[in-house]
Design a protein around this ligand. Structure first.
Ligand code: NDP
Length: 246
């Protein structure tokens, strides 16, 4: 079943990991895709796969900490595909893995800029385009680290990811009545570049009740649910795809 036929979707951080898997899955479900990241060569490879499989895709190579990148993404969605229905604000970094006192103000700022402010900038550009259609689904990739007991060396990352929940609640209060659904997706440890070396991945696996980390496709499936009509009454919510965070 093609869940996203006729829909137009932006995915940030589409060059690798969860964003890449989400882009491929959404395209396979019929959405026209507008993808962004800084590594253009990787985006081109993903675009080739989508086009080869009969899908439609446009690319915007850019830095998500810049408002201009989001403005360009929305302009491409409107000009090339005629609207915007779905935005997955997924790009993120792990930031400094250090105890709090060792984190520099610059490292803190960079982590918050990338994981939180960029999501605000994205939503700020995306929501007006969705309002003209009277509906839209915004998905923010948070992390189990944002709500779990806290993990050593992850104060900046955890703070940035926890704050996304406040962003989701605020957008819901402001725009749900106009048909905009905003939700957070909280993956557990997932087998991507961000997850670190094999020993870190093994450590992360032990944090989850399922005793393994996720494959990127398993997180993309959860994003697909939030993007599709299957979640039409889910708004201002947090979907945990964390293997049962123990
Ligand atoms: P990856 O490192 O594979 O993907 C991160 C993506 O973000 C890349 O596409 C990267 O693209 C993009 N990105 C980072 N900084 C910027 C920037 N300044 N401008 C534009 N794009 C940027 O890791 P994941 O797929 O795992 O991460 C995706 C999301 O999932 C992140 O928000 C992460 O925090 C979250 N998450 C991941 C978990 C895990 O264990 N893997 C667990 C919980 C949450 P490029 O470098 O090409 O710009």
């Amino acid at each position: 079943m093609a869940l996203l036929d006729g829909k137009v979707a932006i995915v940030t951080g589409a060059s690798s990991g969860i964003g890449r898997a989400t882009a491929l899955m959404f395209a396979a479900h019929g959405a026209a895709m507008v993808l962004t990241a800084r590594r253009g060569a990787l985006l081109e490879e993903i675009a080739s796969t989508i086009r080869h499989d009969g899908g439609e895709v446009e690319l915007v190579v850019g830095d998500i900490t810049q408002a201009q990148t989001h403005e360009r993404l929305v302009a491409v969605a409107l000009n090339r595909f005629g609207g915007l229905d779905i935005a997955v604000n997924n790009a993120g970094i792990i930031g400094p893995l250090k105890p709090l006192v060792a984190i520099s103000p610059e490292e803190w700022q960079h982590t918050l800029q990338t994981n939180l402010t960029a999501a605000f900038l994205g939503a700020r550009s995306q929501i007006p385009a969705m309002l003209t259609r009277g509906s839209g689904s915004l998905i923010f990739t948070s992390s189990f680290v944002g709500t779990s007991a806290g993990l050593p060396g992850m104060a900046a990352y955890g703070a940035s990811k926890a704050a996304l929940m406040g962003l989701v609640k605020g957008i819901t209060a402001d725009y749900a009545a106009q048909g905009i659904r905003a939700n957070a997706l909280l993956p557990g440890g997932t087998d991507t570049d961000i997850a670190g070396d094999p020993s870190t991945k093994e450590w992360a696996a032990g944090l989850h009740a399922l005793k393994r980390i996720a494959q990127a496709d398993e997180i993309a499936s959860a994003a697909l649910f939030l993007a599709s009509p299957l979640s039409s009454f889910v708004a201002g919510s947090a979907l945990f795809a964390d293997g049962g965070n123990a």
